[in-house]
Structure formats: structure tokens, C-alpha cells
Design a protein around this ligand. Sequence first.
Ligand SMILES: [Zn+2]
Length: 293
Amino acid sequence: MRKTLRQRLTEGKVLLCDGAMGTMLQAAGLEAGEVPELWNLRCPERVLAVHLAYVAAGVDIVTTNTFGGTRIKMARAGVADEVGEANRQGAQLAREAAAGNVFVAGSLGPTGELLEPFGTLSPAEAADAYAEQAAALVKGGVDLFLIETMSDLAEATAAVMGVRRVSNLPVFCTLSFDTGGRTMMGVSPKQAAEMLAELAVEAFGANCGLGPDEMEGVAREFLIAKPGAAIICQPNAGVPSLEEGRSVYSASPETMAEYARRYAALGVRVVGSCCGSTPAHTEMIGWALEGYR
Ligand SMILES: [Zn+2]
């Protein structure tokens, strides 16, 4: 019988997550302005192919293509009535690729609206949207939730609360930091660590925003703030440059892998990658983590 995720986390080993989904789908033909989550329904084979490539690269955790799957975000694209199916099917596709051998993380990203007092969205409305998305992800068969790329601790908290209303599966949560070492809403890694430890999520840390070198500093701050916690690091494949209107990411699999090993040596327990990374990066990261997994 496979160990549960909570058992794996308490063993102190490093878990390997997959890499980018969005930039992989763009490479597969997703146009700017298209709703990526609708691909779970319209061209599921292309989403499945990405999951299968990450599973083949040796991950412990695959992440669903449901990052923008809250009703609030999908309503802005005029597709609110597809929230349930897009999320359920998103979870099923990842589950199909996982084939019972790896864990499936249900991705929940920002709503795209600012919460009070900076915007008009109330924490209760945000929590409702996350609860609805989480319920659909559970129907599709996720093993855990990954609340990711958050900037506002109030929204992250609403997401955790919403998810917990419908499920007691493990919750991971990441915030996205910029080169100044803060999120877009001014949150420091220390503030994030304190709040997320208080919310008692199973693992927390940083994703996106930074390349692997700059993320090392953020990882250190998380570990200093909460030394016993399971910290997550999922950097982008470097800082993108614009070439002919497209973002080009330059960090090689070797570079990402070298930093992944440094994170593991520091005590980071969940390692993956974000925008611009590919299954080739993931495979090399897994190789570099030999001895830590
Ligand atoms: Zn990213």
C-alpha cells in the first residue's frame, strides 16, 4: 500500500513536484487570451500529454491544470458555468496520468480580484469560490490541494478556509515573491511563514516570480522563520526576456538541478519548478535530488 502524503512528509525526505503547465500548453498551441482550464474539456489529450511527460520525468506530485479555476476568474472570461466540469475533468486527467503511482495536487490560484480593503471582494466571497473549486477537484480525485502563486495573505487565508470547508485533504500553499523579496502585496517570507504556520497547512513556501538563484534567499528566510516546517520551492526557469512578444526562459535543466540540490541541503522538503520549466528540467532536478528522496 502506498504511503500517504502526510506519512511521506513526516519522513523528512524531499518530494519532487512537476514543472510548468501554462508555458507547456502555450508551446502546445494555447493562444493568448484563451482560458487554459477549458483545455481540460476541449483538448484533454494535450493536457494529459503534459502530465504524462512529468510523470515519466519521475515526479512524486503532478499538479492539475486548474490554476485559474475559481468562479470569480472564470466569470471574467464568460465561462463561469464551466467551473465544475473544468475542475473535475482537470483532476481526472492528472489522476489518469498519475495511475495511482504519484500524488495529484489540485491547483488553486488567485481569483484575479483584490480583496477588501484594496478591492471589493470580501474574504467570505473568496472563500466560497475556493470551496466550490475544491469540491469539484475532490470529485475528480485529487490527493491534496496546492494553493499557489498568492500575493495577498488574506486571499491565501480565504483559499485555505474555503478548501477546508469541503475537504480534510492536505493543503500546500505558495506565495510568489519578486526581486525585492516581497509579494506584489508587500508580504515578506517571514510574514507568510508565520501566517501559514498558524493556518497549519501541511507545507508552504514560494513559487514563480523568481529564478532559482534569487529563490534561494527566499527559501532561507522561510527556514529561518519556521525551521521545522515543510518548505516548498518552485522557481521559474530564470527571469524571462521578451523575444518577438513571447517570454523566453533561459535557465537550463542543469542550473535548475544545481539549485534544487542546494534547497534540499538547506532543508527544503518540496521541490519543483514553475514558468518556463519543462519535463527535461524536472527529470534533471529529480536526478540532482538523489539521496534526498
Ligand atoms: Zn510560474
